[in-house]
Structures are given as structure tokens and as C-alpha cells.
Design a protein around this ligand. Structure first.
Ligand code: ZN
Length: 134
């Protein structure tokens, strides 16, 4: 079995939209498009997890930020993807909307729009903001 990937619920998308508006209005102003992907860990035939859904620098992580490459931006409607450990999010204590919002807030702090010396947002060939994963 491999990891399972799925779309967020509408409620989770609304949490992200609210977190961006509240904590990172500069991302909204730059029209940075941030998406969520829910990731479930690999499991054995008994449903036991064989490892964390996500890891970051060798440690398991509840979420992590992935930049969408210039190439993938052509066909993906997002500039940045936040991968969420769906098992934690749904089952292991991350269900509280406040905790979810706090996790999204933390992940959004890793997303920085690149700017030039005049503080203008740098944009790619498709006029989308360039992003720095902080
Ligand atoms: Zn972090």
C-alpha cells in the first residue's frame, strides 16, 4: 500500500482562506494561491501505520509546505501546497478548528512572497507571485 492523497473538505478550505486573510493578508494581496492536500500514511493490511504520513528534514511532521515548480504551475492552480497529515488532522487530536487554524497559521509563516528592492512582488512568466519557502 502507498500513501493516500485526497482533497480537503470545503470546511478545511474555508479555514485556510480565513487563516490567510487573518494572518497573511500580504499573500492574499499578492494573489498567492495556496492549496491543501491531505496525506494518509502508508499502512499494512491490518491498518497499522508503517511510518509517518509526512516527514521534514528526517522528522515526522504534521504538515509541510511544498512549492509548485514553474513547470507544474502551468497545469496546477496553486503556487504553494500545504500537505497535511490527514491521520492527525482527523483522528489524533488535530480535529479542533482552533488547532487546525494554528497549524495552518504556522505553515503559512513558511510562505514568503519574493519582492524586489522597491517592494514589488516578483512574478513568474505566468504573472504569478514568486514564493520563497521560509
Ligand atoms: Zn515549521
Amino acid at each position: 500500500m502507498s500513501k493516500k492523497f485526497s482533497e480537503p473538505t470545503e470546511a478545511d478550505e474555508m479555514l485556510l482562506t480565513a487563516a490567510m486573510a487573518q494572518y497573511r493578508p500580504e499573500l492574499v494581496a499578492a494573489k498567492a494561491r495556496v492549496g491543501l492536500i491531505m496525506v494518509q500514511a502508508v499502512r499494512d493490511q491490518h491498518g497499522q501505520k508503517l511510518g509517518p504520513a509526512l516527514s521534514h528534514h528526517g522528522h515526522s511532521a504534521l504538515a509541510r509546505v511544498r512549492l509548485v515548480s514553474d513547470r507544474d504551475r502551468v497545469h496546477t492552480p496553486f503556487d504553494v501546497l500545504i500537505e497535511i497529515d490527514a491521520d492527525h488532522w482527523e483522528l489524533e487530536g488535530g480535529q479542533d478548528p482552533k488547532q487546525r487554524a494554528a497549524l495552518l497559521h504556522h505553515e503559512l509563516l513558511h510562505v514568503e512572497v519574493k519582492r524586489n528592492r522597491n517592494n514589488d512582488v516578483l512574478r513568474d512568466d505566468q504573472d504569478r507571485p514568486r514564493i520563497d519557502p521560509g
